[in-house]
Design a protein around this ligand. Structure first.
Ligand code: ADP
Ligand code: MG
Length: 247
């Protein structure tokens, strides 16, 4: 089997404390996997580690992307390889307009484009996320609502067209309409060349998306994996019960 991402016995320490305690996960090309787990179980730690945040130290194991270890690569090299992370809490960049920011995002991946093509790409992504163009003149995420920040993340994913995306709680703080728009965009971007990890607390995001696998995360490990039905079962029974049933 040809995997786009492989985590092999991954152990990660933060501030001297072991948070990830041996993650094994294989994601084939074209698949979307959901990771669900209680607060503090290490889900965001996993996303930071995949992008190489310097505070998150891999003490054992490996991360292979398209067959090669990426542990020695810096964050920007990983991004250039096609790995995209949408943070649980997107950061504000006061002083940088959204237009300038997105122009630089496109430039760093695709080089200089004629201004008309650039605008077309950005307009198209904004339309798909039903975001008003006024945002282009505002500073990045500055005063954006929770839902607007999350839509802006998916705008970036549309512009970059990454091979692999990790979306950390992309559905938190969204109203039903925004949730639906975001989910539809994610589903539309599903393709045989692209895989994704969706970190979520709620089964409702998964209603709109063809999920290939669900993994339940607890205490720094994947405790249980299954199909989409596992998310529904989890919603009904809660973590403790589902994990005790699995034992
Ligand atoms: P989740 O996303 O599943 O809610 P996190 O990965 O954010 O969980 O956190 C897992 C554990 O790691 C928590 O106990 C958290 O306090 C700790 N942790 C994560 N990042 C840091 C950090 N930068 N500094 C100190 N502790 C951290
Ligand atoms: Mg988190």
């Amino acid at each position: 089997m040809n995997y786009i991402l492989e985590l092999i016995d991954l152990h990660v320490e933060v501030e001297g404390k072991e948070i990830l305690k041996g993650i094994n996960l294989q994601i084939p090309y074209g698949e979307i996997h959901a990771i669900m787990g209680p607060n503090g179980s290490g889900k965001s730690t996993l996303s930071y580690t995949l992008l190489g945040h310097p505070k998150y130290i891999v003490t054992k194991g490996d991360i292979k992307f398209e067959g090669e270890s990426i542990l020695s690569l810096s964050t920007d090299k990983r991004a250039k390889k096609g790995i995209f992370l949408s943070l649980q809490y997107p950061t504000q960049i006061p002083g940088v307009t959204t237009m300038n920011f997105l122009r630089n995002v496109i430039k760093s991946f695709y080089g200089d484009l004629p201004i008309r093509e650039l605008k077309e790409k950005i307009n198209d992504a904004f339309d798909k996320l039903q975001m008003k163009k006024d945002f282009l003149g505002r500073y990045v995420n500055d005063g954006f609502s929770g839902g607007e920040k999350k839509r802006h993340e998916i705008v970036q994913m549309r512009l970059i067209q990454p091979k692999f995306a990790i979306l950390d709680e992309i559905d938190s703080g969204l109203d039903i309409d925004a949730l639906k728009i975001i989910a539809e965009n994610i589903q539309e971007m599903k393709s045989p060349e692209r895989s994704m990890i969706l970190i979520t607390h709620y089964q409702r995001l998964l209603n709109y998306i063809e999920i290939d696998k669900v993994h339940i995360f607890m205490d720094g490990r994947i405790q249980l994996s299954g199909g989409k039905e596992l998310a529904q079962e989890l919603e009904q029974k809660g973590y403790e019960q589902i994990l005790s049933l699995a034992k």
